[in-house]
Structure formats: structure tokens, C-alpha cells
Ligand binder design. Structure first.
Ligand code: UDX
Ligand code: ADP
Length: 415
């Protein structure tokens, strides 16, 4: 029979584990949730008396205020939390590999592996272990191997996959009302029981029909389903619940034909994204009379999208890197780091950033950039004054009336 979960441990107090398990604690007052991390500073921030939590997500502080100290705890004592828990979420980081096999696209799983090894080393009772991090197919299998090879006799581990669908910036509302919750397990009776135990946790606030279980593996098309033992119908059904995708166009087939679609997706998606970023930097340089040497550019926004503090792989980084390689200021002959320090200044307000600049570049769609006093900014800029809107958030017409030259991504010069 399924265990009744009363203690949850979450390993990894980051963008995924933090919000997810804080919401679980809020919605399940009868469950004690302990979120652990090796990073003392991060845990201290989660515990800060003035709720100065380490990640920014709208609504997050409210959740922490309500649950922290009641049934939600943050700690660096990983072993204790693991030992006490019935169910453990593994929400550690899985960065893109920077070197070796799969560099540039494969996930680096060494944090998942070491967290899993730690669980095996310290567990003294049965555990349900849930992989929550963004991981490739078959990761659950590797976790099972590690756990079974290293556990004490008589201790059971049931491994579940419960992939994350929350988007940063809307994590709390996504968690409060998810399109769907997906839980996968082995199709053994123990596996199904574990699945049910986690489904019961989510059932405290998620409607039953949105909790999908018995998916052996997700994120896969039919070949991957065949190789991994998943069922394409179940995968497609689950994927179709995401309102950004919808249920149409998800039927497996021998492969799509026609001259357009293949070309479209192959070329458009990844390459286009790289092209889009470098194209935007090029537009800036071209427009500034083909040189930015000695010029001053304000880049507004550094996060990879609005409403998050997360800057990993953000478009702003690519744009700034492009600018630096164009010799934004005198090129620094020494190390790249010195050159960056010399060329880049970080300030706290958009208004301050815009002072005495030749051009303003919007890299993230923060709402506050819409309410900048553009008349004031214009008065303080060298002329002609340029604005490059990389997020389509400004009223270009209004800016042109003030006197700016405005370029908006995806639009010709007059619109
Ligand atoms: C994504 C998935 O949406 C989520 O389901 C999964 O669990 C984790 O990965 P996230 O990376 O937080 O979430 O953000 P998302 O909203 O998908 O945006 C990704 C990037 O695409 C951002 O840089 C965003 O600015 C950009 N984007 C998004 C666009 O440029 N245009 C759009 O219309 C949407
Ligand atoms: P994500 O966006 O996937 O949540 P983050 O980097 O924000 O990634 O968070 C992952 C967290 O997991 C980090 O704070 C990191 O310190 C923590 N972490 C990584 N490995 C371990 C481990 N073995 N035990 C505890 N915490 C870990």
C-alpha cells in the first residue's frame, strides 16, 4: 500500500527546489518539508529574518512568510533531513556541460550523482526518491543503480520521475495551478504505490485529472519511447496538457514529409536563436554608424527574462559579449576579465544606466522599463539618441516623437 508521506526533504534550494517545495509546504500543512543545500549562504538567505530570499519570484516571499517555521524549514544538514524523510526530491543543478562528451548541449549530471550517493550512504529507512531536476531519459535508471548498489540491506528505494514544468518568473502561479503534474515510475506494484504516494501530495491542491501518472518516460518521441520503454500515446497525452502546446499535432507517425516543415524546424529553432542574438547586436553596431569604439551603451536588463533574478545563458550576456568584442572602449591588452571590468559598469537603476549614453538597449522585458521618464533620459543623452528594443515593450511612436531613433526587434524602422 502507498505510504502516507509526512516528511519531505528537498535536496537543492535553487530555482526549482525552493519554490516547488515551498508551495508543497504551503498547500500541505500536515507535511513537514525541509529544503537542504550545501551552500550555507543560500540557506542563510532563505532563513533571513527580513525574508530577503535568494531568488526572486513574484509571490514567493508570501509563501515563505506563511510556511517557514510552521512546516517549512531550510537547512544545510543534508544527512539529517534525508534520514528523517519518507520522500526526497532531488532538485540539484544540472548545468549544460562545458567540456567533454556532449559539451554545449548535454546535461552535467555529477550533482545528481553525488546527491544520490549521499542518499544511499545515509538512509536508514525506505525512501521514495524523486528526480525533479531537468534530466535526460534514463536518469532514474542510473539513480536506481547507484542507490541499490550502495544501500544498507533491507532498505528499499523507489525512484520516481516528476519533471519540472514551472517557468521562472511565474513559478508560484505555475505551481499553484499547474497545467499538469507528471509522475513516472516503474510499473511494479511498489513503483505504482510510490507514484500514488506522491500523487496524493499534489492532490492536496491540484485537481485529480491534472495529475498524470504511469508515464514511464517523458520528453520523448516514438523512437525514444521504444528504446526506453515508454508509450507514445501517454507521452503525447501528457505533453498536450501544457496550454502552450495543446493536444493537436502530437500524433506519432513514420516521420513528417513535405519540403517546408523539416527545413523550418531544423533551421529555425536553435540556429535562429543564435542568429537572433547576434543579429540584434549587429543592428546596434550598424546603426551606431558601424562602430561602437569609445561609445557608451546602456543595456537594460540582465536576467534571461522578466520577473526572475536568473541570468544563466541570458541574451544580455551574448549581446554584451558581442559589444565587448567590438571594442566598446579601448581594448584591454591583458586578460578578458580585466577588459570586462574596465568596460562594464553595473548600476541599480535604469535611469542611472541611461545617463550620458549614446544608445539604450532593452535586453529583458521588465515592466519598469516601460515607465522610464524618457523625456528626462533624452535630455541627458548624446544626440542622435538611439533606443533598441529587443523585447517589443516600448511605445516606439512616443519615443520617436520625443526625438529618439528607435529600432524594435521584428519591425521595420517606421513601425
Ligand atoms: C522553461 C519552460 O517554459 C518550463 O516549462 C520548464 O519547466 C523550464 O524551462 P523558463 O526557462 O523559466 O521555463 O522560461 P520560458 O518562459 O520558457 O522562457 C525561456 C526563454 O525564452 C526566455 O529567455 C524568454 O525571454 C524567451 N521567450 C519566451 C521569448 O523570447 N519569447 C516568448 O514568446 C517566450
Ligand atoms: P535549478 O535552477 O535547477 O534549481 P540551482 O543552481 O538554482 O538550479 O539550484 C541547485 C542547488 O542545488 C544549488 O543551490 C546547489 O548548491 C545545490 N546542490 C547541488 N548539489 C547538492 C548536493 N549534493 N546536496 C545539496 N545541495 C546540492
Amino acid at each position: 500500500a502507498p505510504v502516507k508521506v509526512s516528511k519531505i526533504c528537498c535536496i537543492g534550494a535553487g530555482y526549482v527546489g525552493g519554490p516547488t517545495c515551498a508551495v508543497i509546504a504551503l498547500k500541505c500543512p500536515h507535511i513537514t518539508v525541509t529544503i537542504v543545500d550545501l551552500n550555507q549562504a543560500r540557506i542563510d538567505a532563505w532563513n533571513s529574518p527580513d525574508f530577503n530570499v535568494p531568488i526572486y519570484e513574484p509571490g514567493l516571499v508570501d509563501v515563505i512568510r506563511q510556511a517557514r517555521g510552521r512546516n517549512l524549514f531550510f537547512s544545510t544538514d543534508v544527512d539529517k533531513a534525508v534520514r528523517e524523510a519518507d520522500l526526497i526530491f532531488v532538485s540539484v543543478n544540472t548545468p549544460t556541460k562545458k567540456s567533454g562528451v556532449g559539451a554545449g548541449f548535454g546535461a552535467d549530471l555529477h550533482y545528481v550523482e553525488s546527491a544520490t550517493r549521499r542518499i544511499a550512504a545515509v538512509a536508514t529507512s525506505n525512501k521514495i526518491v524523486v528526480e525533479k531536476s531537468t534530466v535526460p531519459c534514463r536518469t532514474a535508471e542510473s539513480m536506481r543503480t547507484i542507490l541499490e548498489a550502495n544501500s544498507k540491506p533491507g532498505i528499499r528505494f523507489d525512484i520516481l520521475s516528476n519533471p519540472e514544468f514551472l517557468a521562472e518568473g511565474t513559478a508560484i502561479s505555475d505551481l499553484f495551478a499547474p497545467d499538469r503534474v507528471l509522475i513516472g515510475s516503474l510499473q511494479t506494484s511498489e513503483g505504482k504505490d510510490a507514484c500514488k504516494a506522491l500523487a496524493d501530495v499534489y492532490a492536496n491542491w491540484v485537481p485529480k485529472e491534472r495529475i498524470l501518472t504511469r508515464i514511464s518516460s517523458v520528453n520523448a518521441l516514438s523512437a525514444i519511447c521504444e528504446a526506453t520503454g515508454a508509450n507514445i500515446d501517454e507521452v503525447a497525452h501528457a505533453v498536450g496538457f501544457d496550454s502552450r502546446i495543446g493536444p493537436k499535432f502530437l500524433r506519432a507517425s513514420v516521420g513528417f514529409g513535405g519540403s517546408c516543415f523539416q527545413k523550418d524546424i531544423l533551421n529555425l529553432v536553435v540556429e535562429m536563436n543564435e542568429y537572433q542574438k547576434s543579429r540584434f547586436s549587429k543592428t546596434v553596431v550598424d546603426t551606431l554608424f558601424n562602430t561602437i569604439t569609445g561609445k557608451h551603451i546602456a543595456v537594460l536588463g540582465f536576467a534571461f527574462k522578466a520577473d526572475t533574478g536568473d541570468t544563466r545563458e541570458s541574451a544580455a550576456i551574448s549581446i554584451i559579449r558581442d559589444f565587448l568584442s567590438e571594442h566598446l572602449q579601448e581594448a584591454c591588452p591583458n586578460t578578458p576579465l580585466e577588459s570586462i571590468k574596465k568596460s562594464v559598469t553595473i548600476v541599480h537603476s535604469a535611469l542611472e544606466a541611461c545617463k550620458q549614453k549614446e544608445a539604450i538597449v532593452i535586453a529583458t522585458e521588465w515592466k519598469e522599463f516601460q515607465s522610464i521618464d524618457w523625456e528626462l533620459v533624452y535630455g541627458q543623452m548624446a544626440k542622435p539618441a538611439f533606443v533598441f528594443d529587443g523585447r517589443m515593450i516600448l511605445d516606439a511612436e512616443k519615443l520617436r516623437k520625443i526625438g529618439f531613433t528607435v529600432k524594435v526587434i521584428g519591425r521595420g524602422d517606421r513601425v
